[in-house]
Write a protein that binds this ligand. Structure first.
Ligand SMILES: *Cc1c(COP(=O)(O)O)cnc(C)c1O
Length: 500
C-alpha cells in the first residue's frame, strides 16, 4: 500500500513513511486506503491475544515489511514483559454501558507506550530496508508523556538517538523526573523556556530546515520524528480500538455488529484519529467523542468549523492535553476535503499566517456525523474523579476524568445510551497530587510531594503504586539542559547534546 502526503502528491511506501516521519512538502503521510476488517474477522479476534490482534491490523498496512519482521516487531514491543498487565490493554467494566480501556500499563504509565514501544522496531527495520546507514536522530517535542515514552522506546537502540524538548514548568513533577533521570547511551533531554506549542513549533522548524539537515548529515545523522505526526505512531493505536471491541464481545457486553462509542481525551488528535481510522476499516463505531480540557480549541472547531489559535493558553491538571495546535487534525481535514491536498495546503497556510481557518458548513456537518466534542475544566474534572471513585471505586487520572465528564455531558445532552468505552490514557499515579486533591481536598495535600500523594492514593484505593514511580525517588537527575524557545537556540541545544 502507498502513502500520500496530506499536502500534495508525494507517494511513498509504508517503511519510507515511517522512516521519514513527515512528508517533504510539510504534510503528513496517510494510507492510500483503509483495509477492511469484516464482522467475521472481528469475531475471530475474540480468542486472539493482543499481539495477534496487532498483527492482524498492522500487516494490512505494512505491505513492504516481511511478515516475520512484523511479527518480531510486535513481540519485541508487547511480548517482552515491558507491560505490567499481560493483556496489554485491559478493559474494565464500570457499568453495563460504560467501560474503561486502560492504556497505561506500559513502562512510562501513559498510553504513548502503546505506540512508542513498537515504533523503534518498525523504524530500525525501515532503515535497513531502505539502505539508510546514518544514525536515526529522533527529535521529539513533548507535552509530558511522549518524551518519556520515546526515551524508553529508543533508549540504547543501536543506530538511533532520542532528543526530547519539554516545556519548562509545563509538566508534572513525576513527568519531569521520569525524563530527566533517563539513562542510556543515546538519550538527550532539554527544557524549553516556553509552552508545548513553542516546543512543537521549534521542532517542526528544525525538521523543515535544510541547513540543519545538512549539519546532521555531516555528523552522520538523519532526523526523524516520534511525534504522532509519524504514521508509525498512529498505526499501533488503531489496534486497541479493535481489541476493546473484541473484549466487549468476549464479555457478552455487545453483540457482533453493534455500534459503540469511544470517548477520547484529546490533545494532538492522534489517539482519536486512530479511532477514526479503525471506523473507516469497518469497526462499528457510532460516535467518537473528542474530550478537551480548558484548552478547548477542538470543541470550538467541531461546533463552528473554525479553527482559531487566537485564544489564551491554559496550564491545567491534564497537561498532556494543553495544546492549541493539534497536528493530527490535518489528517482529518484531508479526508473532509475528499483528499484534496491543495485545499489542505491553503488551510495550513491560513493557520500559519493568520492563526485560523474555516472548513465551511458542509464539511463541519460531515465531521459532526462521526465526531462529538466537549470540554471539562479543572474544577469539573476534579469532581468527576471523586464522583467516579465514590460510585464505582475506580480511580481515574485527570486526563481520563476529562473524558468521563465529557461523556456524562454528552449523554445528558443527546440521550445516547449506546455502550461507550472511555479511553484511559494515564495511570492515576502519574498525576498523584491532583488525583489526591480531588479525593481529599486541596488542603489535605498542600505540603505533600508526588510520592506522599501516591501513598494516599494507595491507601484509599488499594491499587498498588507502580514500581516506576517508587523508583524515581532514588534515581539521579542526568539531564539539566535548558534553552530559549526560538528555533536557533533549539538547534544549538541539539548540536551541543550531540557534541557531549
Ligand atoms: C498524549 C496524551 C493525550 C492526548 O493524546 P493525543 O494523541 O495527543 O490526542 C491524552 N492523555 C494523555 C495522558 C497523554 O499522554
Amino acid at each position: 500500500m502507498s502513502y500520500f502526503s496530506t499536502r500534495g502528491n508525494e507517494c511513498v511506501t509504508a517503511s519510507q513513511a515511517i522512516l521519514a516521519g513527515m512528508a517533504k512538502d510539510g504534510g503528513l503521510y496517510v494510507p492510500a486506503m483503509f483495509p477492511l476488517v469484516s464482522m467475521d474477522d472481528l469475531e475471530k479476534m475474540i480468542s486472539m491475544s493482543y499481539e495477534e490482534r496487532a498483527f492482524r491490523v498492522l500487516s494490512a498496512y505494512l505491505e513492504d515489511y516481511p511478515v516475520q519482521e512484523i511479527r518480531d516487531s510486535i513481540s519485541a514491543a508487547y511480548g517482552n514483559g515491558h507491560f505490567q498487565d499481560p493483556r496489554i490493554a485491559p478493559l474494565k467494566r464500570l457499568d453495563d454501558s460504560t467501560h474503561v480501556l486502560e492504556l497505561f500499563h506500559g513502562p512510562t504509565l501513559a498510553f504513548k507506550d502503546m505506540a512508542l514501544q513498537l515504533l523503534p522496531q518498525l523504524m530500525t527495520r525501515s532503515a535497513r530496508m531502505n539502505g539508510e546507514n546514518r544514525e536515526i536522530a529522533i527529535l521529539v517535542a513533548t507535552s509530558g508523556d511522549t518524551g518519556k515514552a520515546a526515551l524508553e522506546g529508543f533508549r540504547n537502540v543501536p543506530g538511533t538517538s532520542c532528543t526530547v524538548f519539554y516545556p519548562l514548568d509545563g509538566v508534572s513533577e513525576v513527568q519531569q523526573l521520569q525524563m530527566t533521570t533517563t539513562d542510556g547511551n543515546n538519550t538527550h533531554v532539554i527544557a524549553v523556556k516556553g509552552n508545548f506549542d513553542d516546543a512543537q513549533t521549534g521542532v517542526k522548524a528544525l525538521f523543515a530546515s535544510r541547513e540543519f539537515a545538512q549539519d546532521m548529515d555531516a555528523m552522520g545523522r538523519v532526523l526523524s520524528s516520534a511525534n504522532s505526526i509519524n504514521f508509525g505512531r498512529l498505526l499501533p493505536q488503531i489496534v486497541y480500538y479493535f481489541s476493546a471491541y473484541a473484549d466487549l464481545l468476549a464479555a457478552g457486553a455487545i453483540s457482533c455488529g453493534e455500534s459503540i462509542n469511544f470517548v477520547v481525551p484529546t490533545g494532538n488528535f492522534g489517539d482519536i484519529l486512530a479511532g477514526y481510522y479503525a471506523r473507516n476499516m469497518g469497526l462499528p463505531i457510532n460516535k467518537l467523542i473528542c474530550a478537551s480540557n480548558r484548552n478547548d480549541v477542538l470543541t470550538e472547531f467541531f461546533a463552528t468549523g473554525i479553527y482559531s489559535v487566537h485564544r489564551m493558553f491554559y496550564k491545567t491538571t491534564s497537561p498532556s492535553m494543553d495544546i492549541l495546535v493539534s497536528s493530527n487534525l490535518e489528517r482529518l481535514l484531508y479526508e473532509s476535503a475528499d483528499r484534496d491536498g491543495e485545499l489542505v495546503k491553503v488551510w495550513m497556510r491560513q493557520l500559519r499566517e493568520c492563526g485560523s481557518y474555516s472548513v465551511g458548513d458542509q464539511r463541519r456537518e460531515w465531521m459532526e456525523s462521526v465526531f462529538a466534542a466537549g470540554c471539562s475544566d479543572d474544577g469539573d474534572t476534579a469532581v468527576e474523579i471523586r464522583d467516579v471513585f465514590t460510585q464505582y471505586e475506580y480511580l481515574m487520572d485527570p486526563h481520563t476524568a476529562v473524558a468521563s465528564k465529557v461523556l456524562r455531558d454528552y449523554r445528558m445532552k443527546t440521550g445516547d445510551d449506546k455502550v461507550t468505552v472511555i479511553v484511559s490514557t494515564a495511570s492515576p499515579y502519574k498525576f498523584a497530587p491532583d488525583v489526591a486533591a480531588a479525593l481529599q481536598g486541596k488542603n489535605a495535600v498542600k505540603h505533600l510531594d508526588a510520592f506522599a500523594c501516591a501513598q494516599i492514593l494507595n491507601s484509599v484505593s488499594g491499587r498498588p503504586i507502580p514500581p516506576q514511580v517508587e523508583k524515581l525517588k532514588e534515581l539521579p537527575v542526568r539531564h539539566t539542559a535548558v534553552c530559549e524557545k526560538d528555533v536557533d537556540s533549539m538547534g544549538k541545544a541539539v548540536r551541543n547534546a550531540f557534541a557531549e
